[in-house]
Design a protein around this ligand. Structure first.
Ligand code: NI
Ligand code: MN
Length: 225
């Protein structure tokens, strides 16, 4: 499974026929190096919550690729009104798809959808556990440190993707505690450095984490799991 970091919380995942995006925030992302034009063949888009830096370019990419968006029920309703194909899920649910299984996990955050006409209720924010061919990825979404993460230890996560930027989410020290709760084999830090308010050091995170391999991905950097 090839994982490409698109900056902020965004990823492109490719494994054979499975081509997916998570939180594709490209337009308006000062650190993004990829553009919407590059994604013409996408099967699924995972959206962790309704904030603009996660929902991002989902509507445009979903429409042009006919990708199915996996998101919570409320965001799915919002996207459905815009003729986007969706698969609604909700917190704690696990579902089998043609590519593998997905579990929607808790996240401690907000999920309002910003529109020109005001904020629309976006349900609960979430994270995703995506399992394919015996490999498990956990994308935490935006979240504070939560004891719920202790439950994830039983999932035997191969790769955890965790925010470290603080202010809106866990900072470096809380993300280190999250790694201790989750006990993944590998960790990728995200959601830092995009804006001044979430400046953080991935190297400091790497130095503080024990018992997991920290993989620092540059924007557009790739890792094969
Ligand atoms: Ni957010
Ligand atoms: Mn965010």
């Amino acid at each position: 499974m090839k994982i490409k970091y698109l900056g902020h919380a965004g990823f492109y995942i490719e494994d054979g026929d499975f081509k997916a995006l998570i939180d594709p925030f490209l337009s308006g992302n000062p650190k993004a190096k990829a553009s919407v034009d590059e994604f013409d063949d996408i099967n699924y888009i995972f959206v962790t919550h309704g904030h603009g830096d996660h929902l991002g370019d989902t509507v445009e990419i979903a429409k042009k690729t006919s990708a199915s968006v996996i998101a919570n029920f409320e965001i799915s309703l919002y996207l459905g009104e815009q003729n986007v194909t969706t698969h609604p899920m909700h917190i704690g649910g696990r579902t089998k798809f043609d590519f593998g299984t997905v579990k929607m996990t808790t996240a401690l955050h907000g999920s309002g959808i910003q529109t020109p006409n005001g904020i629309i209720y976006g349900g609960n924010p979430c994270g995703f556990i995506i399992e394919r061919n015996g490999k498990k990825i956990y994308h935490a979404g935006d979240t504070g440190l939560t004891l719920d993460m202790k439950l994830l230890e039983d999932e035997n996560i191969d790769l955890a993707i965790l925010p470290i930027g603080g202010n809106f989410t866990m900072d470096v020290d809380d993300a280190v505690r999250a790694v201790d709760f989750i006990k993944p084999k590998k960790v990728v830090p995200i959601h830092y450095g995009t804006f001044p308010v979430i400046e953080a050091s991935p190297e400091a995170f790497k130095n503080k984490v024990i018992n997991a391999e920290v993989i620092i991905l540059k924007v557009n950097g790739e890792y094969t799991l």
